[in-house]
Design a protein around this ligand. Structure first.
Ligand SMILES: C/C(=C\COP(=O)(O)OP(=O)(O)O)CCC[C@H](C)CCC[C@H](C)CCCC(C)C
Ligand SMILES: O=C(O)C1=CC(=O)c2ccccc2C1=O
Length: 304
């Protein structure tokens, strides 16, 4: 009896509530909030005013667009077979690929509808055009025939969508003009959002290799990829300090440095466990915490 238990590993079923929480990945939605908050904060610094209706509409639109991106990711990844071991894929959880695609498309329509309303009110197509471009990059990341994420281009697309395009669109929605200060903030937000995506690839190396996905972590190997992390974090702080020195950001933005312990934890945790994929499933959420703290400190400091 004891022997048969040893021979046949007993896999304890994970409660489906836990799987659903992992599928919904609520904390990840701060990546949609931060670019809108940051662009709006730079606009407030430049103009002394915020149009709250535009801000709230843009925020809601960015969140539903990210829901679209994530649901589509599960649909397209189900088609390539790369998510075969991903129990928290919404498609694997429900078994209803077409329904998930339909819900995703409704979210996209709602998101585009929101930014279209902003552009229509302002009689200016810039905001809706920039967001449509972000969505195109999001589609090219995972959808056929592009699937650029499979070639290792995801982090670059992510940088532009959540950085220069997303932050500038939020700034423009408030001011109907452009600014170098918002570009400096966009670079910080873009790099740190791409860092989340980079970290999310550490626990997926085996499945990615099997499906032919050449993520940057697959290309570099987990050791070299983990050694790159402190450099990426250093660039984030260096850009922030240079932007303060050039007076694009106020001195208060130095408060971003309170995030250093989280950056340290991210680099040491992944550095120590880079070969243990089972330990790294949630390391993306340390990167999300870093992103949230840097993004919040940056936005709040720009208002004062
Ligand atoms: C879906 C994304 C990552 C998931 O990647 P992966 O397939 O490796 O992981 P899992 O299968 O394990 O989940 C994020 C991809 C980001 C993309 C390059 C850019 C998206 C742009 C957004 C659609 C635009 C957001 C709006 C803007 C105004 C803030
Ligand atoms: O599921 C994920 O790992 C990610 C989802 C997501 O929406 C996102 C957005 C921006 C950067 C990274 C990520 C993810 O890693």
């Amino acid at each position: 009896m004891v022997k048969s238990l040893v021979d046949t590993p007993q896999i304890s079923p994970i409660p489906s509530r836990k799987l659903w929480m992992a599928a919904i990945k609520l904390p990840m939605y701060s990546v949609a909030i931060v670019p809108i908050a940051t662009g709006t904060a730079v606009a407030y610094r430049d103009t002394g005013a915020i149009n709250w209706a535009v801000f709230a509409t843009f925020l809601a639109a960015a969140i539903v667009i990210l829901v679209w991106e994530n649901l589509c990711n599960d649909v397209f990844d189900a088609e390539t077979g790369i998510d075969i071991h991903k129990a928290h894929s919404v498609v694997n959880l429900t078994g209803k690929k077409n329904l998930i695609l339909a819900i995703a498309n409704i979210c996209l329509l709602m998101g585009i509808g929101g930014v279209l309303a902003i552009s229509w009110l302002q009689q200016d197509a810039v905001v809706v055009s920039l967001v449509a471009l972000c969505c195109l990059l999001g589609y090219m990341y995972q959808g056929p025939p592009f699937r650029l994420g499979y070639q290792g281009w995801g982090e670059i697309l992510c940088f532009f969508a959540f950085g220069p395009l997303g932050v500038s669109a939020a700034y423009y929605s408030q001011t109907q003009s452009w600014s170098i200060g918002s570009l400096a903030a966009a670079v910080v937000v873009g790099i740190i959002t791409s860092l989340i995506l980079f970290c999310s690839h550490f626990n997926q190396v085996e499945d990615d290799l099997a499906a032919g996905k050449r993520s940057p972590v697959v290309r570099l190997g987990t050791k070299r990829a983990s050694q790159l992390l402190p450099w990426v974090c250093a660039v984030i702080y260096a850009v922030t300090i240079v932007a303060i020195a050039l007076q694009f950001f106020p001195i208060w933005t130095a408060i971003v440095l309170v995030s250093l312990p989280i950056a340290w934890k991210l680099c040491t945790f992944i550095g120590d466990h880079h070969e243990q994929s089972e330990m790294l499933l949630n390391c993306r959420f340390i990167a999300v915490a870093l992103h949230f703290v840097v993004g919040s400190c940056l936005s709040v400091s720009l208002i004062f």
